[in-house]
Each structure stands twice: as C-alpha cells, then as structure tokens.
Design a protein around this ligand. Structure first.
Ligand code: ADP
Ligand code: MG
Length: 499
C-alpha cells in the first residue's frame, strides 16, 4: 500500500533494540581477547579468540569484566537512565549451536540501567524525545555461516560453520519503550535515533561503533493501529538492520506491508523478520517467543553487580557533552546553512567533519569532501563514508588542494588511491606521480605547441573571442595528463596568444 495511504488509515508505533559491542580488551566473563576491543576489526581467524569458558566447557566459571561494567554505567548515564544500586545477571535458556553453554548470560528483571530518554534531532530540525526502558549487560553469541543454501540461510544449506570468536563479547542492549507520535516520520526517527546512539557511544569512547562491522546492531519493532484506536497493534521485529538508511527503509516497508494486510482483513503475526537490502523488503523469520519461554533464572555463578554511589558519580562527572548540545556547538562554529548542517548530520558525518576540521581543514572544505566525493565512493561500495578514509587523510588532501599542489580533479584520483589502501595522500601523490605541473616553462611549451597547431583558434583569440581559448586549454590539459591548474593554463594561453 502506498505510504501516504497507509499513514492516513493507520498510526505507526515503533520500538528499537540496539546492541552495542563494548570495546574492552577482554570478553564479558572471560579473559579471552575481545575481537571488538577498541581499534579491533572483528576479523581475527575463526576460533582463535577463545578460552574454555567461551565454549561452555566443564570446570570454567564466569568473572564479570569490571571495565565492561564501567562502560555500561557510563552509557546508561548518557541515556539519562537511573543506575541500579544492585543489578543481577540471569540465564536466558535456549539451544543454538553458536552458544556452547546453551544459555546466554544476560540481565532480565534487574538491568543495570533503566528509565531514561534520548533527545533525537529529526531531519526536519525538530527534536524528538525517545523514551528508554532499559539498558542491560549481556554476552554475545558466536557466528554461524550456512554454506550451500540460498542467501546464506540455514534452509537448504549443505553444512554450517561455527566461529566462537564472538561468543562472550560484552554487549549492552538498549531497549526503547514503544514510541508514539512520530507518525509519518517514524522511519526517519528510527535512523536518527540509532545515529544518535552511535554518536553517544563514540563520544564515550566505549565501542568502535561501526555498524558495518556489527559493533552496533539494530532490531526494529513496528506495529500499526487504526487511527483513533487505543490498543497497540501486533508488532514485528526486523532483525539486524545494519545501516541508518536500511533502518529507515525497513520501518517504512513494514508500515506499508502491515497496512496492506490489515486493510485486506488479515492479521499480523508476532514474529521476527529478515531485512533484504537488495529488494528493500522483509521476509518472515521465526515466531517471537514470549520471555516466559526462555525460563530466565538468576545466574548462580555470579554475584549481583553493586556499583558504589561514588563510582556512579565519578562516571557521571566524566560524561561528554550531550549530542544535542554538541550539534548546537558545531553548527555555530562551522557557519553552515541549516541545509548544509542537516546534510552532514543526516549522513552520520558529524564526527568525521569535526575531526577533519580539528586536523586543520576549513569546515566548508571538510563538508564538501565528506558529503561529496567520499560519500559517492562509499555509496558505490555499500559502506558508511567514515569507514573509507580517516579525517587526518582528508585534511591532508584539503591542504594539498589549498596550496595548489593538487587540482580538485587530481585530488579525486589521490582519494581513490587512499581508499584503495595505498597510503596517505602525499604518498599517493608520489607513488602515482599526480602532482600539478606548476612549472610555467613546461606549460608555455605545451601552450605554444597547441596554439601553433590551431592557427584558427589563435586568430579568434586575437580577435577578442576569448571563449575560443577553450579548445587550446583542453589540448594543453590533455598534454599535461590533467595535471595542470586549468585557471593558470587559461591565463597563460591568453597571454601567449596576445604576445
Ligand atoms: P523482545 O525480548 O521480545 O525483543 P524487548 O522488550 O527486548 O522484547 O523489546 C521489544 C521492543 O519492541 C521494545 O523496544 C518495545 O518498546 C517495542 N514494542 C513493544 N510493543 C510494541 C508494539 N506493539 N509496537 C511497536 N513496538 C513495540
Ligand atoms: Mg530483546
């Protein structure tokens, strides 16, 4: 059903579960190295980041990671939550081959952080307050790879591989309350909310916070109800929607899909759904169990977590500025128009531009490169722009253009080299030989040759038809393999033609 029609008839209600991988050195309950440690890339050889506990072998016992607790408290505070003076771990029981213990240690009725809110800026510039129900600590499961079936699904697979590296990685799961009132902006709010969570987590420095690497994972819950109705509709939970853009698309798709079903007299099943990036649709996953089915019970191997009031106050005092405050500060200092600023913010590039400016680039140049050429390359590669190149390299590139060592065109080639992993901009300039020809002697020689071979053009220029110079400038730029400053060439062409 068309989105507008769905919105006329139904009101969407949304809710998000965001899993954040904490960047501690070791895992949540063991001393195995954490593949998601700060600066880590989650790409170690399978089954190398393990100790017996991560496999659930007999005789191993969990020990809580103190840094993970500190990170979780900081995150809870940044989400405006209360921190529980005493919180407990619980066993969530299920069989799944990527979790050797056959239960996940999580938190259930006593999460470490509860009842907060996050202010999120919508693309319209309005602020929307998202209510947070809880943020709890848990461990991640391993990873299954199904081989031989369609699209990596277990159905039809010939065999499955299991990698336990991720088993035991510390997670915080942030759960919102049902969100009312976003109405037609529900899809955009979803993307803006997760982007805000990423900003918070980055500012806290507690996670690598890269969605494309799974450091941040979002499940989007969507239901709709007829306008005017007071009862909540049945929700679906679309799993692991892993870019801001896909969150927006997945929520919009689910609203339309559910509206079409209800409109035809059907009903919605409570189930998980899978998001398909290529088709922009969701498909049915598994029926969603109620909490009861997991037979939660308090983890007998761990004591309650009881942070002292002084620790909580210490962490509160160390909180970075809130995202809304930061936006205001950046907007004021960069001098962008509202549209330019939204463009940067909505692309999740505030931090990238901020760091590029801190490294010395003019804000306008930083914005131009990040939202222009870099975003284009990222789009083509299907990744977030800030995963392609570092702010330091972008500021170096901007400086090379500023000093005239590179033209914009050459700078784009240099950027491609940097993205391809060939090193810093100046080393790509060297290795690819991309420096601008600034030696007037070489330019003049090429110009004189071009003028001599195009006497008609020469005559026109002498006649005052300056636009005719374009043909000569083009020939010279070609002779210089694009490595000349076109404005300087133009200047010299006119000079030589009139000489
Ligand atoms: P589960 O363990 O089943 O995933 P959680 O409590 O962890 O349940 O998360 C459920 C999410 O769905 C929360 O963000 C909650 O606000 C949201 N939610 C609950 N009911 C609805 C509903 N009817 N429509 C939309 N979202 C809902
Ligand atoms: Mg959940």
């Amino acid at each position: 059903m068309p989105y507008d029609e769905a919105l006329e008839k139904y009101e969407p209600v949304i809710g998000f579960e965001v899993h954040v991988e904490l960047g501690t050195q070791t895992k949540m309950f063991s001393d195995a190295p954490n593949p998601a440690a700060l600066g880590g890339t989650n790409d170690a050889e399978p089954n190398t980041q393990l100790v017996p506990l991560d496999l659930g072998l007999p005789g191993s016992l969990p020990v809580v990671n103190e840094t993970a607790v500190r990170y979780s408290i900081s995150l809870g505070l940044a989400l405006g939550c209360s921190i529980a003076p005493s919180s407990r771990f619980a066993r969530k029981n299920y069989f799944y081959p990527d979790l050797g213990k056959n239960y996940q240690i999580s938190q259930y009725d006593e999460p470490i952080a509860f009842e907060g809110s996050v202010d999120v800026e919508l693309p319209t510039g309005e602020t929307f307050t998202v209510p947070i129900e809880r943020a709890h600590m848990e461990e991640d499961a391993g990873k299954l790879t199904h081989v031989g079936g369609a699209a990596g699904r277990i159905q039809g697979a010939e065999y499955s591989l299991v990698d336990y590296n991720r088993a035991g990685v510390p997670l915080v799961e942030i759960v919102t309350r049902p969100i009312f009132g976003a109405d037609r902006l529900a899809p955009e709010l979803g993307a803006a909310y997760v982007s805000t969570i990423r900003d918070i987590v980055r500012a806290l420095g507690i996670s690598n916070a890269r969605m494309e690497r799974g450091n941040l994972r979002c499940d989007a819950n969507v239901s709709i109800r007829p306008r005017g109705s007071e009862t909540l509709g049945t929700r679906t939970e679309t799993k692991n929607v892993n870019s801001f853009r896909s969150i927006e698309r997945a929520v919009r798709y689910e609203i339309q899909r559910q509206a079409a079903i209800l409109d035809a007299g059907g009903s919605i099943f409570q189930e998980t759904r899978h998001w398909h990036e290529d088709t922009g649709t969701t498909s049915s996953g598994r029926p969603k169990s109620d909490a009861d089915d997991y037979r939660y019970f308090p983890e007998p191997d761990l004591l309650p977590v009881e942070p002292s009031a002084s620790l909580v106050e210490e962490l509160r005092a160390a909180l970075p500025e809130a995202p809304a405050v930061r936006r205001r500060r950046l907007r004021d200092s960069w001098g962008f128009t509202d549209l330019e600023f939204q463009d940067v913010a909505n692309s999740g590039l505030l931090a990238a531009v901020e760091e590029t400016v801190a490294a010395g680039a003019a804000p306008a140049q930083a914005r131009k490169w990040w939202t222009g050429e870099i975003a284009r390359l990222a789009n083509a590669a299907g990744v977030d722009a800030d995963s392609l190149v570092s702010p330091l390299h972008v500021s170096e590139l901007v400086a090379l253009v500023e000093t005239g060592e590179l033209t914009d065109r050459l700078a784009r080639q240099v950027l491609e080299g940097v993205v391809a992993g060939e090193g810093s901009p100046s080393s790509v300039v060297e290795s690819r030989g991309l420096r601008v020809v600034s030696d007037d002697g070489a330019l003049i020689a090429a110009i004189d040759e071009a003028l001599a071979s195009q006497p008609d053009v020469l005559a026109k220029i002498r006649d005052g038809k300056v636009q005719a110079a374009g043909a000569v400038i083009g020939a010279v730029m070609k002779a210089m393999r694009g490595q000349a400053d076109a404005a300087r060439v133009r200047e010299l062409v006119l000079e030589r033609a009139r000489a």
